[in-house]
Design a protein around this ligand. Sequence first.
Ligand code: UDX
Length: 436
Amino acid sequence: MKITVVGGGYVGLVSGACFAHLGHEVLIVEKLKEKLELLKEGKSPIYEPGLDELLEEGIKGKRLHFTDSLKEAADFSEVLFICVGTPSLADGSPDLSQVDQVVRDVARRMNSYKVFVEKSTVPVNTHKRIEGVVRRYLKDKSLEFDVVSNPEFLKEGAAVDDFLNPDRIVVGVSSQRAKEIMEEIYRPLVEKGAPLFITDPASAEIIKHAANAFLATKISFINMVSDLCEATGANVDAVADGLGFDKRIGRAFLNAGIGWGGSCFPKDLKAFVKIAEEFAVDFSLLKEVERINERRIELLMKKLKDALWTLRSKRIALWGLSFKPNTDDIREAPSIKVVQRLLKEGATVSAYDPKATDNFRRLFVEGEDLRYAKDKYEALKDAEALLILTEWQEFKEADLTKVKELMEVPIIVDGRNIYDPDEVKAMGFEYYSIGR
Ligand code: UDX
């Protein structure tokens, strides 16, 4: 089938490239000139394992095209995936203006049946809003159209794999015609065994928010438990392992640490709480989930101060700037608040990240008090403490003997529990971690 994808960001680019890989012909609309140029050269503006290969394959196979013209997009296919950004507004509700803009522009040009597919994360009942906008801007009011919810469940750093090997595909439809089109689009994955869960649009919209809210709740739960483990000398990783054997609980997303960040959990939780409030439903549990998460930074800074007494003019090495491993994304990364606090307290920071430094540098320029090291060992020179904020594999595999030699004072504050406490303490490190 022919598919139009509007928005060439994390979701649109991965979805478009994967649809092309499944054999569809895809047109991706990207309005930012510099991004569009990169894409046309087959270069991905984002770091996502496996994406470059899919872009090259799609472009070579003439199944993947790029444009900045919404007119071209509106005419290219009868299915239009909306993959534009829905960032948080100040009050926590999502900014849906880009969704509104796309729908208006396409509706004005429509001259045949079209399916508008919500792939961006939107609050429940947004499909009704989109129906209203299409009706208002359609020139030929007799034209038929459908609005479908098809939320993404792509983890950054694993998005291509998550798309091609999904736990489930969720589709919210309200017509047989739209249902058949979505079945056709996802047939290659369904034939490989991916469950296709068909429901109504409102339920599909809620499934997305509820999934992220539950995952964030699971993480805040184990982080809350880690506080008790720390106070009682228990080991939160052992507790998580013990919990994980229960199939109803599962081990995944029970890693205690400095909490969740990224472009989804923070935004989606705020949006879910906000939309519930609009329906006079009080999501107090999720407000507590957010509070527990925010407290992680305080707890980490307290550990560092307990170890170093004062931070002024202390040399702190920082490993990990991205919000999680295998991505260059720093949105809502714990590193942002931690670096702000360290600089405010007068520490001198030497930071390293395998992929995210360039993005981070746009927020914090280098200066007397902040340097970016070219590798993890250079960051350690004369450091009086090492702060680990992201569990990149290369940090787990670091040569700790070399680490100890390079540092002036062998203190490690491990925000992601990547080392074994007994091992590093036996090597002479003063070691602090979470809940252990
Ligand atoms: C998430 C959802 O997983 C994905 O399904 C959705 O489509 C988008 O949002 P993402 O935000 O990319 O994906 O990353 P994820 O791997 O879910 O991690 C989210 C945050 O939770 C990260 O900050 C990570 O460090 C943190 N995390 C994750 C924990 O602190 N502990 C864990 O056990 C797992």
